[in-house]
Write a protein that binds this ligand. Sequence first.
Ligand code: UD2
Length: 319
Amino acid sequence: MLVTGGAGFIGSHTVDLLMSLGCKVSVLDNLSTGYMANLAQWDADPRFAFVGGDITKDLAEPLAAAVAKFGPIQRIAHFAAQTAVPVSMDDPVTDIEVNLAGTARILEYARRNKVAKVFFASSSAVYDDDAPVPVSEDSTARPASPYGIDKLAVEIYLDYYTRLYGLKFTALRFMNVYGPRQDPSSWYSGVISIFLDRAVAGDQITIFDDGEQTRDFVYVTDVANAVVTSLFSPKPDGAIINIGTGVEVTINEITRTILALAQSRSVVKYEPARPGDIRRSVTTMDRATALLAFTPKVDLREGLDHTLAWVRAQKSSAA
Ligand code: UD2
């Protein structure tokens, strides 16, 4: 099993689940936004190998290292990516190099080496800004950013590889994923990671727009479960599936819950809407239920509890 981007937020939780299921896991990651600390729990495990590697460069060496360690790669979970929508708008060329050309490198390896299954981390960013609510996989894909365009382009490549070479894949379009290990340190980080970080520190929280915009927040271990089912079950072969909870939550509601949970006195300030922000986002659940038997196990309250505990632990270890 190869996990690209396995030192990152969702990738490392997927590694945790695969390791707990007894798999042998190689992680390919250039540590540009991931951390070895996310994998420290597996360092000494003989079923785990970190092989380095950068998907924008030749991968012969790290992939050979993975094969030398555990034999031919049967399955690939591909997370390695440039993950920020605004960064892709500033620099579409780099987004293409990493998210599209880098992925083509992984797909070429997969077909030449007869990899049994590839999972691809896609995004709700492929949908039109004013897609219907809730959004289903049949809604128009008309991305509002280079990031979304490149995710959609990879989905089209996956279909092409299936038709030409019989490659098996599943692509999951993630809604707003949150949980421990999500890095709060940049202005385009996930809203929950930023707000929990500010709430614990007692710093000001900034809500863009009127806070009545909505999102579908899905907890990271539920996402990892969906990924692992995709990798091992034949049912979602060739499918593109939204992964969320089907529950629509306003940013005002999430802010109130976070402030109460953290018992925080952070001041909340409102600022104009971010350009390009969508107003409402929530997914239908039909396809995820039918093809992955997916039902989220961690509700928002519990997920926030776990994430808050992690933020506190991070802050106390840094102090
Ligand atoms: C999410 C994904 C992105 C892409 C996109 C597709 C994350 C982190 N990003 O972007 O990768 O898939 O969906 O549409 O999951 N907000 C505040 N204050 C802050 C930060 C955010 O009010 O300090 C608001 C923001 O204006 C937005 C909401 O919170 O209305 C969610 O923002 P986000 O950056 O967490 O995620 P989103 O939905 O823009």
